[in-house]
Design a binder for this molecule. Structure first.
Ligand SMILES: NC(=O)c1ccc[n+]([C@@H]2O[C@H](COP(=O)([O-])OP(=O)(O)OC[C@H]3O[C@@H](n4cnc5c(N)ncnc54)[C@H](O)[C@@H]3O)[C@@H](O)[C@H]2O)c1
Length: 416
């Protein structure tokens, strides 16, 4: 008989349901059957109760897996968090160690993200966003729309992993010279660029990259060391013509320093897919509510900024791959197969840490009890032991989880 794995799926959007639904229909796991409960709420200490009665949790970039969440998950007997993303800066890896396994999707479509970075750059450089609005107003004037040729200019790429390298190839195709920065330089990549007609690439130190680049694109992970790598000091080194592109993580940039530089034309512009305080706003419709975050409001208003709401990954190919790999990760955990995509704070995804046993065993740490995957029927989204999930119109804050036997207050409606 197949094992039934019940998954509590947080921060669920219609496209998640569509692509996971398709992956469930198309996949045929020999030993596992999946049942997914989709919750609109983001995972946090106040919403983790929704996971009760499930076997695994599926989380995304703005779901928080901190110490409190890990403690509650362990209490509920949940031993797996399956991230449906590559980055894991939202997980306290130390807190989950030996409590909850964490798996991720290390690469779903690096092309999707690199192509979006190129789109942000092109849009900003040629002011396509301004032209689009003008034309809709019947304004066909060109003044103020002067851009710059990218051909012959210099692009600085910080982080030459999967995404950074693809963007490097795209920009080398435009005829740009590449300055690269990465603690682990990839000389074979440099050679492959230099073998392209007119291709020029070289690794340099970060200050040289800041000083000489016309475009600076960020493709490294957010770690404590990388937080605010773009700050007042690094901006002071940049050319006045510099355009910054960030599809990495918001915390790589000190937004206050960036806004100051954009307001004063200290740099030319910024194309941002991520923002350091994006959690509350991104992925939600705030069009009928005031934006209370003044820095975000300023970024939205500046004409030399293009802001997208963490959508770089959002292609059909990437969504299909995310769903496929996430289910395969959960299946591997449920059936005791090696957890190739597990991460822990000892190995940080490499399996090489002294205490991480993944190289010799199936997972980063050894379970004392086998995964419990034939769970009792889970409570529904709107009803857990007499409790309800209530939502205020236009508040867009996380749904509220009522006390036992309590009901939604005036002005709140049960979440559907
Ligand atoms: N906006 C989106 O939708 C989206 C989607 C996927 C990934 N991302 C972000 O993109 C980042 C890069 O993804 P990837 O798949 O290319 O990762 P990757 O692991 O393949 O590459 C990251 C590279 O950054 C390098 N690096 C680390 N610290 C650095 C530093 N201080 N300076 C320079 N380089 C440094 C690493 O050595 C590595 O080569 C992820 O960490 C994630 O935060 C964003």
């Amino acid at each position: 008989m197949k094992k039934r794995v019940k998954i509590a799926f947080f921060d669920a959007k219609p496209y998640d349901r569509a692509w996971f639904g398709a992956a469930l229909r198309d996949s045929n796991f020999a030993e596992t059957e999946f049942e997914i409960d989709y919750f609109e709420s983001k995972l946090s200490a106040s919403t983790v109760k929704l996971a009760q009665g499930h076997d695994a949790v599926c989380a995304f970039v703005n779901d928080r897996v901190d110490r409190d969440v890990a403690t509650d998950l362990e209490k509920y007997g949940i031993r797996l968090v399956a991230l449906r993303c590559a980055g894991y800066n939202n997980v306290d890896l130390e807190a989950v160690w030996e409590r909850v396994h964490v798996v991720r999707v290390p690469a779903y479509s690096p092309h999707a993200v690199a192509e979006h970075a190129a789109a942000l750059l092109q849009t900003l450089n040629r002011k396509v966003h301004v032209a689009y609005n003008r034309i809709r107003d019947g304004n066909f004037a060109l003044s103020g729309l002067v851009g710059r040729d990218l051909y012959g200019k210099t692009a600085g790429i910080i982080g030459t992993g999967k995404i950074g390298k693809i963007l490097g190839r795209i920009l080398a195709g435009y005829g740009m010279k590449l300055l690269l920065s990465d603690p682990y330089p990839d000389e074979a990549f440099v050679e492959s660029i230099n073998a392209m007609p007119g291709g020029q690439a070289t690794y340099v130190d970060r200050d040289t990259l800041y000083r000489q680049s016309d475009v600076i694109s960020l493709h490294c992970p957010l770690t404590p060391e990388n937080r605010y790598m773009i700050n007042e000091r690094s901006i002071a080194l940049m050319k006045r013509e510099a355009i910054i592109v960030n599809t990495g993580r918001g915390g790589l940039i000190d937004t206050r320093a960036l806004v100051e530089a954009l307001k004063t034309d200290r740099i030319r512009g910024a194309g941002l897919d991520v923002y350091e305080e994006e959690e509350l706003y991104f992925f939600e419709d705030w069009s009928m509510a005031p934006i209370r975050d003044d820095l975000l409001a300023r970024l939205m208003q500046l004409p030399n900024v293009i802001l997208t709401a963490h959508q770089a990954f959002l292609t059909e190919e990437a969504l299909g791959e995310i769903a496929r790999v996430t289910l395969a990760n959960i299946d591997a955990w449920a059936t005791g197969k090696p957890l190739d995509n597990e991460i822990c704070y000892h190995c940080e995804g490499t399996g090489k840490g002294a205490e991480c046993v993944r190289e010799s065993g199936a997972a980063c740490w050894v379970d004392t009890v086998p995964p419990a995957v034939t769970s009792p029927a889970a409570p529904s989204d709107t009803e857990i032991a007499g409790r309800q999930v209530c939502r205020k119109p236009f508040s867009y804050e996380s749904e509220r989880f009522t006390d036992e036997d309590d009901t939604c207050a005036d002005g709140e409606t049960p979440s559907d």
